[in-house]
Design a binder for this molecule. Structure first.
Ligand SMILES: NC(=O)c1ccc[n+]([C@@H]2O[C@H](COP(=O)([O-])OP(=O)(O)OC[C@H]3O[C@@H](n4cnc5c(N)ncnc54)[C@H](OP(=O)(O)O)[C@@H]3O)[C@@H](O)[C@H]2O)c1
Length: 260
């Protein structure tokens, strides 16, 4: 749809990518209902907020009700939490928190939004995945699992809703320069020559996805090629990650969830 016709529910609107998405959407004439756990001021025309924690059923209900009242026709799931570190160092608490935030949260919110969206003449649901949802990198086993699960969910839901007015889409950024990447993740990116984008680049890709209504968009080159190669020849790609392993074996213990 034309972005100027979009009334967008945006989770993660207070985050690095979410803030850039909010501004790009407002510039394009969309209305934005942002979600954040902390109170936000909404002084900009077209921008309003719902304060809610996506991990709680009450938070999901509050967001779905605000989305119904504002007649949203686009939902963008950009909330998420990072997970970086050697698999053997991850705690059970980290594993369940990251799977909940990056996989269960967008699934449960989608279930709550669908009764409203399915009644619209046209609606779009856009999930923010990751290049790491298709390429498993050493140090990102948990994060890759959460995003790979999300990618699988998006593909199945897209096919399930193909005859409905709801278009299901995936936006998959590569590493992006926000507070999401802590000092260790940044050092890993530098040591391994991993490319990164600005949040504005991801925001522009979102506008493109809303307008094109295409199924998915992976951001960045050579990551787009690597995603295809990894899908077709995963064992062949296994030989490409020596520098990543070297960094991990010399890295200190990872941060706990919630720490930045
Ligand atoms: N940055 C990257 O390198 C990168 C690369 C590929 C994909 N991505 C994906 O892009 C998305 C946004 O990342 P970012 O870089 O903008 O991260 P960020 O700056 O850390 O922002 C994370 C956002 O998620 C929200 N959030 C987390 N847990 C929540 C919860 N329980 N309830 C409600 N909101 C919650 C935060 O809201 P609060 O204000 O309430 O904390 C914040 O708005 C994530 O899904 C991430 O996986 C990021």
């Amino acid at each position: 749809m034309k972005t100027a016709q979009a009334r967008v529910l945006l989770t993660g609107a207070s985050g690095g990518i979410g803030q850039a998405m909010t501004q790009a959407l407002l510039r394009s004439g969309a209305q934005v209902l942002g979600v954040s756990r902390s109170p936000q001021e909404s002084r900009q025309p077209g921008l309003s907020w719902v304060q809610a924690d996506l991990t709680s059923p009450a938070g999901i209900s509050a967001i779905a009700e605000a989305a119904r009242v504002r007649q949203i026709n686009v939902a963008v799931h950009a909330a998420g939490i990072p997970g970086f570190g050697r698999f053997e160092d991850l705690s059970a608490q980290q594993i369940s928190a990251i799977l909940q935030a990056n996989l269960a949260m967008p699934m449960l919110l989608t279930q709550a939004l669908l009764p409203h969206l399915a009644q619209s003449s046209k609606a779009q649901i856009i999930f923010v995945g990751s290049a790491l949802g298709r390429i498993g990198l050493p140090g990102f086993s948990l994060y890759s699992a959460s995003k790979a699960g999300l990618h699988g969910f998006v593909e199945a839901l897209r096919r399930e809703l193909a005859d409905s007015p709801v278009r299901v889409q995936l936006l998959a950024p590569r590493s992006t320069r926000t507070a999401f990447n802590d000092a260790q993740a940044q050092a890993y990116n530098e040591a391994t020559g991993t490319h990164s984008d600005s949040a504005e680049t991801v925001a522009q890709a979102l506008i493109g996805l809303i307008e094109s209504e295409s199924s998915e968009r992976y951001i960045g080159w050579p990551e787009r090629l690597a995603v295809r190669l990894n899908g077709a020849f995963p064992a062949w790609m296994d030989g490409s990650f020596k520098a990543h392993r070297r960094y991990l074996s010399s890295a200190p213990t990872p941060l706990q969830p919630g720490e930045r």
